[in-house]
Design a protein around this ligand. Structure first.
Ligand code: GDP
Ligand code: CA
Length: 316
């Protein structure tokens, strides 16, 4: 069976390890459509935080303690930039990671698409899953905040990493969205999928960013293959990270049910046929099959079990 997964960075990466595990035993082919709204240019380098988190995680190169970047990383370039007093100094630019950014930036400058660049980088890391950027166009998430009494839109990375999401946000804006479109590879991955899974990623700044690419939601709803999501919210809070500060900006309750309503039931103009919540959580939404089970991705085997249950909920 062909499984296509929509995913962000760290949560998406851990989920994809489980999908890959199940796919290896059951013979599924897996494609992941990854959020590129977090992408940013710093010090002249094009950086794709979510694609890199997924690529390094599946390529067994991630720093598991930090959750992002390379294991065994050193920071000499960052130190040099600090010596020069060059901003931004708040971004964690590792030496090993910079190798990836240099290759990517050089290939983009030579005219390759982000899809091509990602495929080229993956020949080294062999993630075992086809990784696709959601779009080849630049489409960057900005956050509307107030700084010194002034309303400003700052890049998502600045809000997330520099301010640790502590500045109250009034909106998320995707700069470049009008000109963005899903790539052919993304459309094919949706078209050919027997099952689509929404990873337990940040519903607002990972999954919804992907869904907002013009045409992508329609491509997803087209056809009758099931779409099943997994809740990133457990017991009214995100398992890790700061998703709880993002959901209220869109008026969504921070609960497994709130996120399910946000995605919506397919029969109701939304997306989901099925929804997995953590033991003890609930969601009661007409037209959506809901299953409660352990959703803590404590090992690849546990996560593979979550995926098996998502397949069962889909009736496949
Ligand atoms: P980011 O782009 O690095 O922020 O990563 P994602 O958007 O892919 O994932 C972030 C989300 O993953 C957070 O909202 C977490 O609640 C969720 N998450 C992380 N670990 C787990 C887990 O073990 N189980 C579940 N259900 N969600 C998790
Ligand atoms: Ca992200």
């Amino acid at each position: 069976m062909r499984i296509t997964v929509l995913a962000g960075g760290i949560g998406g990466a851990r989920f994809l390890r489980g999908v890959r595990k199940l796919a290896q035993t059951d013979g599924h082919v897996v494609t992941a459509i990854i959020n590129t709204g977090d992408d940013v240019t710093m010090h002249g380098l094009r950086i794709c935080p979510d694609l890199d988190s997924v690529m390094y995680t599946l390529g067994e190169a991630i720093d598991t303690e930090r959750g992002w970047g390379r294991a065994g990383e050193t920071w000499r370039i960052k130190e040099q930039l600090a010596e020069y007093g060059v901003e931004p100094s708040w971004f964690g630019l590792g030496d090993l990671d910079t190798g990836t950014h240099l290759v990517r930036t050089q290939m983009l400058a030579a005219g390759y698409s982000m899809t091509d660049v990602t495929a080229a980088l993956c020949t080294r890391w062999q993630p075992g899953v086809t990784l696709l950027p959601m779009t080849d166009e630049r489409c960057e998430t900005h956050v509307v905040v107030e700084i010194d009494g002034q309303r400003r839109a700052i890049h998502f990375q600045e809000w997330w990493v520099r301010y640790r999401a502590s500045l109250p946000a009034s909106a998320f804006v995707q700069v470049g969205l009008e000109d963005a479109k899903p790539t052919d590879a993304v459309l094919t991955a949706l078209d050919e999928a027997d099952l689509v899974l929404l990873a337990p990623s940040n519903p607002v700044v990972s999954i919804n960013t992907i869904l907002s690419v013009p045409g992508l939601r329609d491509a997803l709803r087209k056809g009758d293959r099931p779409i099943v999501g997994l809740s990133p919210i457990v017991g009214g809070a995100p398992v890790r990270g700061m998703a709880d500060v993002c959901l209220p900006v869109l008026g969504v309750e921070t609960s497994a049910e709130g996120v399910a309503r946000f995605y919506g039931a397919r029969g109701d103009g939304g997306l989901l046929d099925g929804w997995l919540v953590h033991d003890g959580d609930y969601a009661d939404i007409a037209g959506m099959t809901v299953l409660a089970r352990d959703l803590m991705m404590s090992s690849d085997d546990v996560t593979a079990g979550m995926v098996a249950d998502a397949i069962a909920v889909a009736g496949l």
